[in-house]
Write a protein that binds this ligand. Structure first.
Ligand code: AMP
Ligand code: ZN
Length: 114
């Protein structure tokens, strides 16, 4: 997947502020933060949309959530609250077609989202 931006970050072909990495998951700061802390959490395997996820890939979503848990624990945000967002497809505003969780924290969030 040579033309995927997030695969290039995984392969260290373009720079990113990496905050967490394990065998299956990578997390890095969003380049255009929408909150004081805005981290993107991605699987190392290229999967374009969450709707493309196969049964045998379902564990990757759990590992991404566990990565989010580790990051908020480290930042001391677990009790304060935070938001996890997953945009899927055009109407949700997905711009990068490699599954990513947005982990947003450090301010209050409104509901419903925009
Ligand atoms: P989405 O709209 O859900 O596809 O989110 C894509 C996110 O990727 C946006 O929040 C962008 O700010 C972010 N983004 C785009 N390019 C980069 C990059 N090179 N490094 C970090 N974040 C990026
Ligand atoms: Zn990719």
């Amino acid at each position: 997947m040579n033309d995927c931006l997030f695969c290039k970050i995984i392969n260290r072909e373009i720079p990113a502020d990496i905050v967490y990495e394990d065998d299956l998951v990578l997390a890095f700061s969003d380049i255009n933060p929408q909150a004081p802390n805005h981290t993107l959490i991605i699987p190392k395997k290229h999967i374009a949309r969450v709707s493309d996820l196969k049964e045998e890939e379902a564990h990757l979503m759990g590992r991404m959530i566990m990565a989010a848990n580790k990051i908020v624990q480290e930042k001391g945000l677990a009790n304060k609250g935070y938001r996890i967002v997953l945009n899927c497809g055009k109407d949700a505003g997905q711009e990068v077609f490699h599954i990513h969780l947005h982990l947003l924290s450090g301010r209050k969030f409104t509901w419903p989202p925009g």
